[in-house]
Design a protein. Structure first.
Length: 201
């Protein structure tokens, strides 16, 4: 399994093992919740430091939005994502809005049914895709596409352990939806573990 954990380690002096992640999509996809869950997973269950920030486009629902998570084994001296190790696009608008942050070392993950890969190929370290929204619809709730994406991200990047992320999901979702969200997480995770959504050259 390839990991980007050390790609920008030490971006700022003292930021040991720094990893920068930006999740993006449109309002209503649960992007902010996904970022919150990712940050909680490494802080509560792995003893690392994390800073979570969010931003919305001109519309709270429907416009491009992003959730940034900076993870570090040491102190985090600068909380913003400037050179993302991992960049997730769950909408075409998000790709167009945040694609300018793409670096040759970035791992890019897209929702393959909602985002075209044109303009991404050859500009990043890895380009991976997962039908997150389609899987969520098959489970009966489109709104869990964000959890499918987190499962896939966990499998293909290794920046957080499976159990840590799963525990954070269960601690964050509404009561009564734990089974659905577990299924969504495992669906994305298994898809990544099986080598599906592999690198697109």
């Amino acid at each position: 399994m390839t990991t980007q954990k050390d790609a920008h380690a030490g971006t700022d002096a003292g930021d040991e093992g720094r990893v920068e992640v930006r999740l993006s999509g449109f309002g209503g996809q649960g992007i902010v919740l996904a970022g919150n869950i990712l940050g909680r997973s490494v802080v509560l269950f792995e003893g690392k430091n994390a800073v979570f920030t969010q931003s919305y486009g001109p519309e709270a629902r429907g416009g491009a939005c992003s959730a940034d998570v900076v993870i570090s084994e040491g102190s985090i001296h600068y909380p913003k994502v400037t050179r993302p190790d991992i960049l997730v696009f769950m909408s075409e608008e998000a790709k167009n809005t945040y694609g300018k942050l793409l670096e040759p070392e970035t791992t890019v993950i897209i929702d393959q049914d909602l985002v075209r890969n044109d303009g991404l190929e050859g500009r990043c370290f890895r380009l991976l895709s997962v039908p997150a929204t389609r899987f969520a619809e098959e489970l009966g709730r489109k709104m869990v596409a964000n959890i499918v994406m987190l499962g896939f991200l966990t499998a293909v990047t290794g920046i957080v352990r499976h159990d840590s992320l799963q525990n954070a999901v269960l601690a964050s979702v509404p009561k009564g939806t734990e089974e659905l969200n577990t299924q969504a997480f495992e669906k994305g995770y298994q898809y990544g573990q099986e080598g599906q959504g592999g690198q697109q050259e």
